[in-house]
Design a protein around this ligand. Sequence first.
Ligand code: ZN
Length: 301
Amino acid sequence: MVLPKQVKIVEVGPRDGLQNETQILSADDKVRLIDQLSLSGFKAIEIGSFVRPDRIPPLADTEQVAQRIQRLPGINYSALVPNAKGLARAKVAGLQSVAIFMSATNAHNLKNTNRTTAQALAMYPELVQQALAEGMQVRAYLSTVFGCPYEGEVKPQQVLPLVQQLLAMGVYEVSLGDTIGVSNPLAVQRTLEYLLEHVAADKLALHFHDTRGTALANVLAGLQMGITTFDAAIGGLGGCPYAPGAAGNVSTEDLVYMLHGMDIATGIDLDRLVSINHYLSERFQRRLMSRYALTRPGLRI
Ligand code: ZN
């Protein structure tokens, strides 16, 4: 088995995680969370979202959070921006990195953003150009790559042109999302085999949700295909809007535990992650979905 020696983990808990939690964290707690994540060794942390505050109330205070966190050198702090207004807010907040997002399927994109995939592809080039002109880096999320709650199966032939168009706009990476956590290692392998005939592995990241318990297995399939960037959320935050009580994103603690055990470096301090997990568990008054953290109940650092 040929595996990479080093992997980059993009911590999406403060955004993708918290946006799907019913309980809202205070700005103080978010700042504390992000500052602790910064000290854990991540090179990329997604801190929030500049969508309309009434659409995602848990992230309505992203400006405030962005201005109050302690930004450490060498860390890419980013936030989601859906449009020019969101980009302007990201600029005011002093962010140097933003992410655009769309779905691989039209029905999900319509439901999620009120526009078709064609409309998204038509409006994003200008937005990306504006961001690049501001000196920002731009990442793209492509959701429902491995399955859609409305359209079902998604074929890689449907995904490739979207990935190519996003890259052509100037985004540095496209994160391929299993948004509803329906994929499996063989499907991940097949999708990547197709995409990698046309796109370099370092232009792709993988974003797995653990809704049905397949996320880490899917990561392994991605590693075997040469992918070296993975999104994850501390404590497996994120839930699933279609399945109350279900797991969310792949837990960062479990991912780091697995990678380190396989001699794959991440630069991340696992004990510190467990400590953050305990802090968040207290805030949420429930155990968060990390198997590894459950094995370290007493750890405090
Ligand atoms: Zn996600």
